[in-house]
Design a protein around this ligand. Structure first.
Ligand SMILES: [Zn+2]
Length: 158
């Protein structure tokens, strides 16, 4: 069994627990730093404004996917001359803003995608325990009959 520090995606993240889910993947519960640093004035604050959760795909363990459920904070800057009122934890060393993968997974995805190509890289990523985020969605609209590509859909009746 790995120690809690081995599960950490990077500095500034405190691991709260690790569990194996029913679908045979690891879920790592973690929390961000105990204080925030204002990006405008650079002052530290412990005045928490709220919480938000971020789910990140991390490197696989024993061929199983790892999802880091990260609880981050929104902080209030209390410096009177600062024009920023609130700001959120960013953790730029762990993940880029608005992404669903850690930086180290994103780098591997980028390298494999560039060297092997789209579908081949996707199959390789699945085999390595890092499935792509794209999943089949049965609710997604299907191609309709009567388009220029109508001949490609044998189930369609014309
Ligand atoms: Zn500030």
């Amino acid at each position: 069994m790995r120690t809690k520090t081995k599960w950490s995606p990077g500095p500034g993240v405190k691991i709260l627990g690790v569990s194996l889910t029913d679908d045979d993947s690891w879920v790592v519960s973690a929390a961000g730093p105990a204080f925030g640093i204002c990006p405008d004035c650079g002052r530290r604050t412990r005045n928490r404004h709220g919480w938000f959760n971020r789910s990140l795909q991390d490197l696989p363990v024993q061929g199983k996917t790892v999802t880091v459920k990260l609880r981050l904070s929104r902080w209030r800057c209390t410096h009177q001359k600062c024009r920023r009122q609130t700001f959120a934890d960013r953790l730029p060393t762990i993940a880029y803003p608005y992404t669903r993968r850690t930086r180290r997974v994103a780098e591997i995805v980028g390298l494999l995608g560039h060297s092997a190509g789209g579908r081949a890289a996707e199959r390789l990523m699945n085999r390595l325990g890092m499935p792509s985020q794209r999943r089949h969605n049965p609710a997604a609209p299907q191609a309709s009959c009567g388009t220029q590509q109508a001949g490609l859909f044998p189930d369609c009746r014309y």
